[in-house]
Every structure is written in C-alpha cells, then in structure tokens.
Design a protein around this ligand. Structure first.
Ligand code: 5GP
Length: 188
C-alpha cells in the first residue's frame, strides 16, 4: 500500500492529493482528445505555473498537437497587482490555429482575460482555456475556462507547479500554505 503523503512543513493542509491531480488530468486529456479529434491543437503553456500540469497533460492527449509557451507576470507574492506584463511571447504563428491555453489557476481572471484578448488579435481559428484550478469566488471579470480540473475555495495554494515567491513548485500535490509561511517571507 502507498504511504500517506507527508506535507512540507510550510503546508497547512493538502487540498488535492497527487493521485487525484493525476487522475483528473487524465480525464481532462480524454475530454480534449475527444473535442479536438481530427484537429492539431496548439497548446499554449503559461509559464511558469503550467509546467507540471502541461507535462502531465500532453502525455495523455491522443492527438497530434504542438506546444508553445508564453510568460506573463501578474502577481507579486499573494496579491493580484491587476497589471499583466508579457515577458516571453510565442515562437509559432497563431494564424488559423486551434489554440488551447494551459493555465495553472484562474483567480480574478485578469491574466487570462488579457491573454485571450491578445491571442484573439493574432487570427487563430479558436482560443479556449484549460486550467488546473479555478477560484470562481475571486473573479473580477466574466470569464469561464472551458476545461477546469478543480474548483477550489479562496485559499492561497501552492504545489504542482504553483509557487509562492518561486518556492514550492515541486510539491507533487496542491496544498494550502500556512499563514506563517506567507508572513515570514513578506519583504524577503
Ligand atoms: P488572476 O489574474 O486570475 O487573478 O491570477 C492568475 C495568476 O495568479 C495565476 O497564473 C497564478 O500565477 C497567480 N495565482 C492566483 N491565485 C493563486 C494561488 O492561490 N496560488 C498561487 N501560487 N498563485 C496564484
């Protein structure tokens, strides 16, 4: 029998264990493979939070697809600045492509709203969003991703690619960070 996961000392509780994350990603991949059958979607990973989600997802997608990346900066620490900057742009043309944006989490929706608007100007055939996590309570704009792994409450989470000031991305589960871990790193 598998041993129970011991959380990192800065984690208050595991919100979604590793097996559940992996199982749900397999389901999303099946859904995407069905919906895009006969097409060659362009998966657009939003760095850096997408890294683990995207790498698990593409292994399970049974289609020809391409992968490209975009890097956006929208947050410092745990608070939304509401300001989105593009740090790295796509290498491939989006013209006529079926684009599927791969996000770690949609919170206020400001980041994905900005990205959707930006991608729409590049002449794609379709643009959809697939996010591992969704915090619908926090939405500031009316945007609903087509594919959602898990709807979660308004807690600050880390792990499975999600960071807090560049830490915790390598945790294999989604966990809620202890308030003390947030407080102790403010301004550091
Ligand atoms: P939004 O623009 O939708 O408010 O935020 C999107 C970005 O904020 C995500 O791509 C992620 O980088 C960051 N973010 C929002 N909520 C959380 C959270 O609970 N944990 C972490 N680690 N990042 C978050």
């Amino acid at each position: 029998m598998a041993e129970a996961q011991k959380p990192h000392p800065d984690i208050e509780r595991i919100l979604i264990p590793e097996e559940d994350v992996r199982r749900r990603i397999q389901e999303l991949a099946r859904e995407i493979s069905r919906d895009y059958a006969g097409r060659t979607p362009m998966l657009v990973g939003v760095l850096k939070g997408c890294i683990l989600f995207l790498s698990e997802l593409i292994k399970e997608i049974e289609l020809d697809c391409s992968v490209d990346f975009i890097c956006l900066a929208s947050y410092t620490g745990t608070n939304s600045s509401g300001v989105v900057r593009m740090l790295l742009d796509l290498r491939d043309s989006a013209q006529g492509r079926d684009m599927l944006v791969i996000e770690d989490i949609v919170d206020t929706g400001l980041t994905i709203g900005y990205l959707m608007q930006n991608l729409q100007t590049r002449g794609p055939r379709t643009v959809e969003v697939c996010t591992l996590l969704d915090k619908p309570e926090c939405r500031k704009i009316g945007i609903q991703p087509k594919y959602v792994g898990f709807r979660i409450p308004n807690d600050f989470v880390v792990g499975f690619g999600l960071d807090y000031n560049e830490r915790y991305r390598n945790l294999p589960y989604i966990g809620v960070l202890k308030p003390s871990a947030i407080a102790s790193r403010k301004g550091s």
